[in-house]
Design a protein around this ligand. Structure first.
Ligand code: DGT
Ligand code: CA
Ligand code: CA
Length: 552
């Protein structure tokens, strides 16, 4: 169903395409209209129904006509036509960070470059050197932009979610503390715990948008306010990350959370379902004709569509909507379900006090067990073994309610180091050097309980199959979490489908702002893991009783 945000997006795209085609004044007119639409507090359809589209700043006869066409048919013929006039590859070039429609046009018209691969070739052949206004530095930046777009699935300059997490939490906390509005939540890909985020989308309910924007603009993380309207502000953080802050009516909060959490594909499917049921859904609510039938909470939005509430991590249109039409979805693992960690590394310098610190943290988190890595061995180099004093301290303490376990990390091809007076309870297999030997505990010895430290590239599902097989045959779990050497949600889903359990990295021992646990949990949930799919989760007392739903 039509929505203001989508209409604004289309007009912005039209402006970009017109720029590529070399139009001089029209692009700005469409951008101006898009900005006005972005800041409306009312549905375009309602304004159109009163025949008042021309009261929107920047909307004249021609654009008003296109809005009516969009509201009536869901698309704009003019936009379809423009898309046919510009090769998709040119649009891709235009979307590269640091480039824009005007540069894309020059490559297209002056060099005949129709897409990113041809642009790479042109750079390699030195064809940009002859282009006016392109110095060596600028060419280098374009080369980098092309490389990044290729390395990251989905293209564009996206930030790994764990890098965005600390800043996002700081902003959230500051907004919650400093203003009087009732709800502040992060939506978008961040809430879905996608591996990378393009930007952050924050929703706030307030009847004083100005005040919220003033607070927001004054936060120390912010470099520049890019745009401020009546209901939306866009800023750039010092890290370069973009943040969109939207102020919404409390009566529409649930609908806005659903809409701006996305994903886009999930939203498209929801709108189809709504249409099939004689309803309309957008960022303001669910309506049947003039009647509003949902919008205040996420639950009532989904309920109005006769769907069970869907956890944000699953909203990718991968079958979750069909499942939610059948009834409540099986519960996903939650933070309160995590009961221990077998993969906490002791450092060489930490001494006994480090052990005490880890134990205290494990008890604070009410974990049932804590597995400390007391030795590591790699093929071809002498093993690392924890200090004798640390080992005897470890043997002397018996914290109530917490079982202490000793683990050794043994690389493929290496063997169990000789340990005096201690016998480790389990082995962690680092999956760094695939295929270099049979690995530890070929016969006898402690069992492999965890496979970790995967050596994966940007696409973390590559090379993962042998390790999943290894986990299957040994009964070991595979570690999921942020960072290149852990499994992301896609690899984790593959493991679960093979019947292998996940181990959620807990970041125990790291500083309090460390995002490892929430992100690892998010990836496990995105992979669809319930408690039974996670080796270090168990039904804790009261666990599963309070399920957290920010959209409520
Ligand atoms: P990102 O920022 O690239 O990591 O991904 P998202 O999913 O956060 O996307 P973003 O920030 O562009 O928009 C947030 C959500 O708002 C998105 O998941 C769905 C919704 N949305 C935004 N623009 C559109 C649109 O043009 N059409 C539809 N159907 N939904 C949109
Ligand atoms: Ca986003
Ligand atoms: Ca956004």
């Amino acid at each position: 169903m039509p929505s203001n945000a989508e209409a604004a997006e289309i007009f912005r795209n039209i402006a970009d395409l017109l720029d590529v085609l070399g139009e001089r004044f029209k692009p700005e007119a469409y951008r101006r209209a898009a900005r006005s639409i972005d800041t409306l507090t009312e549905d375009l359809a309602q304004i159109a129904a009163r025949d008042e589209l021309d009261t929107i700043p920047g909307v004249g006869e021609a654009i008003g006509e296109k809005i009516r066409e969009y509201l009536g048919t869901g698309h704009i013929a003019y936009y379809d036509r423009l898309q046919k006039d510009v090769p998709p590859g040119v649009v891709e070039i235009m979307r590269l960070p640091g480039l824009g429609p005007k540069t894309a046009r020059r490559f297209w018209t002056e060099l005949g470059v129709g897409g990113p691969p041809e642009l790479s070739d042109a750079i390699a052949a030195g064809r940009l050197d002859s282009l006016k206004g392109f110095g060596p530095r600028k060419i280098e930046l374009i080369r980098e932009a092309l490389a990044t777009a290729k390395a990251v699935p989905g293209g564009g300059a996206r930030l790994p979610i764990d890098e965005a997490y600390p800043t996002a939490m700081r902003i959230l906390k500051a907004l919650r503390e400093r203003s009087r509005h009732d709800r502040v939540e992060i939506a978008g890909s961040f809430r879905r715990r996608r591996e990378t985020v393009g930007d952050l989308d924050i929703l706030v309910t307030s009847d004083e948008p100005e005040r919220v924007f003033d607070t927001f603009s004054s936060l120390s993380d912010i470099r520049e306010v890019q745009q401020r309207g009546t209901t939306k502000e866009t800023v750039f953080l010092k890290s370069g990350l973009q943040v969109d802050l939207r102020v919404v009516d409390p009566r529409s909060f649930g609908a806005a959370m659903v809409y701006f959490t996305g994903s886009k594909d999930h939203n498209v499917r929801l709108r189809t379902i709504a249409r099939d049921r004689g309803l309309k859904v957008n960022e303001y609510g669910v309506t049947r004709g003039e009647e509003i039938v949902g919008g205040r909470t996420e639950e009532d939005v989904y309920a109005a569509l006769r769907l069970a509430w869907i956890p944000p991590e699953l909203r990718e249109n991968r079958g979750e909507i069909e499942a939610a039409a059948q009834g409540p979805l099986p519960p996903l693992v939650e933070e309160a379900d995590v009961v221990g960690d077998l993969h906490v590394h002791l450092s060489s310098e930490g001494g006994a006090s480090e052990v005490d610190r880890f134990v205290a943290e494990a008890r604070r988190r009410k974990y049932r067990y804590l597995g400390l890595i007391i030795a590591r061995s790699t093929a071809g180099s002498p093993p690392w073994i924890a200090d004798d004093r640390v080992l005897s301290h470890l043997a002397s303490i018996h914290p109530t309610g917490l079982e202490l376990l000793r683990g050794v990390e043994i690389a493929p091809g290496a063997s169990l180091p000789t340990l005096r007076n201690v016998s480790p309870e389990y082995v962690v297999l680092p999956a760094r050097d695939a295929g270099t030997g049979p690995g530890p505990t070929a016969s006898g010895g402690p069992p492999i309980r965890l496979i970790a430290h995967f050596s994966t590239g940007p696409d973390r599902t590559v090379g993962i199959h042998p390790w999943i097989e290894r986990a299957k045959s040994t009964g070991a779990a595979v570690e999921v979490g942020p960072g290149m050497d852990r499994l992301d949600s896609n690899a984790a889903r593959m493991a679960l489908e093979a019947g292998v359990r996940l181990a959620i990295a807990t970041g125990l021992g790291a500083d309090p702002e460390d995002p490892t646990l929430p992100i690892a949990l998010g990836f496990a949930r995105r992979a669809g893991a319930g408690v039974s799919g996670v080796a270090n989760a168990g039904a804790a007392e009261g666990g599963g009783a309070r399920r957290s739903r920010p959209g409520r």
